[in-house]
Design a protein around this ligand. Sequence first.
Ligand SMILES: *Cc1c(COP(=O)(O)O)cnc(C)c1O
Length: 544
Amino acid sequence: MDVQQFREFGKAAVDYIADYFQTIRDRPVLSSVHPGYLGELLPPEPPQSGESWQDVLQDVDRIIMPGLTHWHSPNFHAYYPTAHSFPAVVGEMMSAGFGCVGLSWVASPAYTELEVAMMNWLGKLLHLPDDFLNCSEGPGGGVIQGSASEVTFVALLAAKEKKVKDLRLLHPELTEADIKGKLVAYSSDQSNSSVEKSGLLGSMPMRLLPTDEKGRLTSAALIEAIEKDKAQGLIPCYVVACLGTTPTCAFDDLTDLGPVCIRENIWLHVDAAYAGTALACPEYRYLMKGVEFADSFNFNPHKWMLVNFDCSAMWVKDARYLVEAFNVERIYLKDNHKGLAPEYRHWQISLGRRFRALKLWFVLRIYGVEGIQKHVRHQISLAKHFEELARNDARFEVCTSSMGLVCFRLKGNNQLTQDLLEKVQDRKNIYVIAGKFHGKFVIRFAICSRLTQISDVEYAWQEFLSQAESIVPSNKTKIVDEITEKKSIATIELSSAACDNNEKSKVRMLFPDDDNPNEIDRNIWFQQDGATPHFSLEDFTHKL
Ligand SMILES: *Cc1c(COP(=O)(O)O)cnc(C)c1O
């Protein structure tokens, strides 16, 4: 492909993406293909001679597009968001266009230096303590990793390095193997699966401790587990606290957990993968109180901060433990890890590095702090709106609501909510997934797409309502059914006691030719003040 064809192909591709975004609202959010569909459409061998880009682009539309789940559809409410914005897309494109590999400072100075600067910007955006930042005095600093999973694992390795070093200073007779075989890590049973995985990969048993009624890990549970392990000769090494858990977006209290970690000399890592972006807004910063106790901190701009996957921001208070854990050269570059030119390959698993800082720079400049704050506040307000809709229907209960995530269910046994979820998923008009919270089956409703508006949230709610009707009919339906059955109803009376109660009201249905009115318990929504009101059938059906 020559440069002229590249211009044409590239521009056509940008147009294709732009068209995709302009039509995404009208596409079914979930794909309807069957497993193996693509194998049937692709030739078994690569083409012998090259094809035209026009043919390739056409096939994207023909065979790839039908197999996409539209994560940026306003009707996508599953998982957590994955970020997307046009500035970030262009950033990705340019990074590919430059095609460097930032394996050292000299391999592409702009790669390293923009990353240093962006990690400072980001740290300041969140108001992280200065000692995490590259620009501070001292050994702290930030680096961009590929994912929160990677960060949790990398921090575990640094924690291990630190623990071995600290203990061997105190007990030179212990070997590295003696110590490493005894290390244990802790997190909560609400933490992301990647936390458990980091323990597996790092050969450090990860204790997933029970949480309180709000889904938080408490110091009491942590201390109990630590004492138990110490009594067995094990060595507590690593704690992963969570700001915004994956199941319900619960926030561990760092002021509660932090002092325990300090006292026990345990590395405290803070996983704020999703919710970290909210810390860009001053009104949510109270949630990270105690962050100064942490040794490392992570959030994913690629989740909620409009930077396309992958971009996971990691800060450490003392980067020397990373460098010492990962520097295969084992040459202690005097403070070379910080300042203007850290050798980031010693801060990560891979040797090669992508130019991730570029898309971050584009997003921070083109949105600005205000643009990011506006995005976060808008999405939270949409979740609040959904929460209100759910709270206003007595058949539903909202179990948790935090940031852009609402976990709700139908009152009653779990099967009802499971049935509702299945019905909604089968229809494919919106996409939501299940969750479990304290034994309750819940539906996780997350605000994901930056295109989602209040009308989309209302559409989603209608989708739930329409499917809930056949599982737990609303009173409206029940009464209307009865009215239809018994055409002779003339008046419906509400008992006055019921009128004082928002939720449950007793409805008496009075039949003109019946001396014994048929009394039926019903929940109805509307309230009447004062004395027992009487409604004519017309009034009643109208109010319904
Ligand atoms: C999404 C999530 C992760 C995993 O993020 P990746 O970047 O995909 O590895 C970890 N922790 C929490 C709290 C998350 O929400």
